[in-house]
Design a binder for this molecule. Sequence first.
Ligand code: GLN
Length: 340
Amino acid sequence: MKTRVLIKEGEYRLSKAGVMDARIDSEELYCFLKGCDRVVLFLNKEQEADKGTEEAYFKLIDTRAARVPLQHITGTQEFMGFEFKVSPEVLIPRQETEILVTEAARTLIDERKSAVHAKAQKRGKLFRMFSSPPEYDVLDLCCGSGAIGVSLAKICEDISVTASDVSKEALAMAGENARKNRADIDFVCGDLFAAVKSGDQMDPKADPSGSSGSDSSGRPLWPAKLQGKGSRVQRFDMIVSNPPYIKRSSIAMLQEEVKSHEPMLALDGGEDGLDYYRRIIADAHDYLKSGGWLFMEIGFDQGEALRKMIMETDRYSVPEIIHDLAGRDRVVKCRKKKPE
Ligand code: GLN
């Protein structure tokens, strides 16, 4: 069978199974199998595929036709131009989350510029030439695969990123992704801010099946570099988060790939989808420096509810709702109020 015909047959089987981007996935699976890119596939379209290739290809197609996400077959997803490993233990990084990272990075870069500028104004030109800009502490809350924290650490200079998650399996994956992308990140394990408060810092290289951050005699398992930081309440210049936000009643309507193969822990936002926002908004100001930023991804119809929730606390600036390219709510951004 010619490669072109093989791909066409793969596409047909996928679309019959209800896969959304059948053409793209049929090509991607071929490229994954052969370890080539789409340009090579295009150039080889008229070549005969051997029997072994044919068999192995249709096996992959069958798996995808059973609605296993493409990324669980290939094991990776690109995000912000970086490659991330994924597994069923973590949410596959979504394109829309790039808006959160882009906005957060832009804010950090602008802050840095204006901080250097303000100091230079005060102390003269020489200072601008020799001063080092401030280092910003950033917390990626519910980090999952680590896509947000790792990307920010790669894009922004002079930031120190801490990533937290309640799932040890997710943290192990985030740790792998940090190493793979050469990002230096501290990991903490726990339920939302409990992770930062308890100082239960974690070495993502450690066995994720271990049940706590310490051995039976209470001795911490994690390396010295990671200890101590959390023993006092740490305050951050920015908290970024993509928490679970799907309304429980909407979960049944999600695509098969999502509802049957991605971690429910990363999706289920409770009865109205807002459970995690309530908790984050109630506590974030305790972990933010004065004027510190809070950036959260939100569902397409949650902007108004978030605006109200944030305003009611009277502890943050008027929130800004950032939209995606289709004009839907996607990110909420606000600052901890500075004392008057
Ligand atoms: N955007 C994801 C989805 O549509 C949900 C992510 C989340 O709950 N944080 O499946």
